[in-house]
Design a protein around this ligand. Sequence first.
Ligand SMILES: [Zn+2]
Ligand SMILES: [Zn+2]
Length: 382
Amino acid sequence: MKKSLFLLIITGLSIKVSAQSTNGHDHAHDQKVYFPDVPGFYTLSCDFHMHTVFSDGSVWPNIRVQEANREGLDCISTTEHLEYQPHSKDIPHPDRNRSFELASHAARNSELIVVAGSEITRSMPPGHTNAIFIEDANPILQDNAMDAFREARKQNAFVFTNHPMWTAQRKDGIAKYEPMHLELIEKGMLHGIEVVNETTFSDEAIALALKYDLTFIGTSDIHGLTDWLYDIPHGGHRPVTLVFSAERTKEGMKAALFNKQTVVWYKDMFIGRKEWLDPLLHNSLEVSALGYDGDTSVLSVEINNPTHSHYIIQNKSDYTFHEDPSIMIIEPQSTKILSVKTLERFDSVILPFTFLNAMYAPDTYPTIFYELSTKNDPDTSN
Ligand SMILES: [Zn+2]
Ligand SMILES: [Zn+2]
């Protein structure tokens, strides 16, 4: 008895889900990584740090392209270690552009954009650094670290500090900059910093990004398979940098990175500057009033989440809810009805929510305002 009831519920559920996905929702919503665009800019999901057998990774570059396409990414860069080549006896390749060439070729029939990049792999300082949007990886391989940075600048590369919290180079896990980093920033040779790398996160790196006015970057630095490390088949996701680009092109993305137009998405947490984080969050949840229930002053509000992220939101309005406490979790790709006790019947209502899974800085959470018209009767609109 119980079993058949359970099956009935599951069947009903799957019908509802499939009806929703064919009903006005475009293909993008079926991707693993989907976020809406923000006014004037495309929201492009990018992973600018990963490895293949052309340095110390375990897969051929085409697998990186296939992973990215399965996960719905817009852009990747296979950033092999220039100086660290453990597979070079088995896979000799004097040309350090080879990984990029193979990945570009593998992506030729897909929407995926592949940008050229390398990891300048040094002891601390400066530690590891990625240079992306490079023209030629070979001359960036230099004996002297500063010469490598000079060459990257000559190629107009976008350069960012990798895993400044890595315990192999920082025993205490605390990200910090040394005089050499500050010199690089001063000379315009260092532009961003990973606040998230693989499965690590750093409050201190976020503080450094803000102090030195650097672009927030989050990457997978994947060496094995993303499915395994991030449990993607069960709803996990790799860290990505969401880039807000005026164009869906390499040039557009590069300009956006230099302008610090990014938000990092990691374990369903969003890290970014207010200017970009606010519109992203605002558009990620579609909040609308359905109307008042009968002759009551209880307003039905629909919260639709077309993205694949959870959101933890806290009510900051003066109203209380009829069915929910003030903090709630909005599930990925879900629709929730909220009953708001507005005490009077208003024509419009403003609902502010603090997003507890988003931050401008450590312990600094955004509050987003949704302005709702309660007059949603379609019969009166003509
Ligand atoms: Zn590294
Ligand atoms: Zn790496």
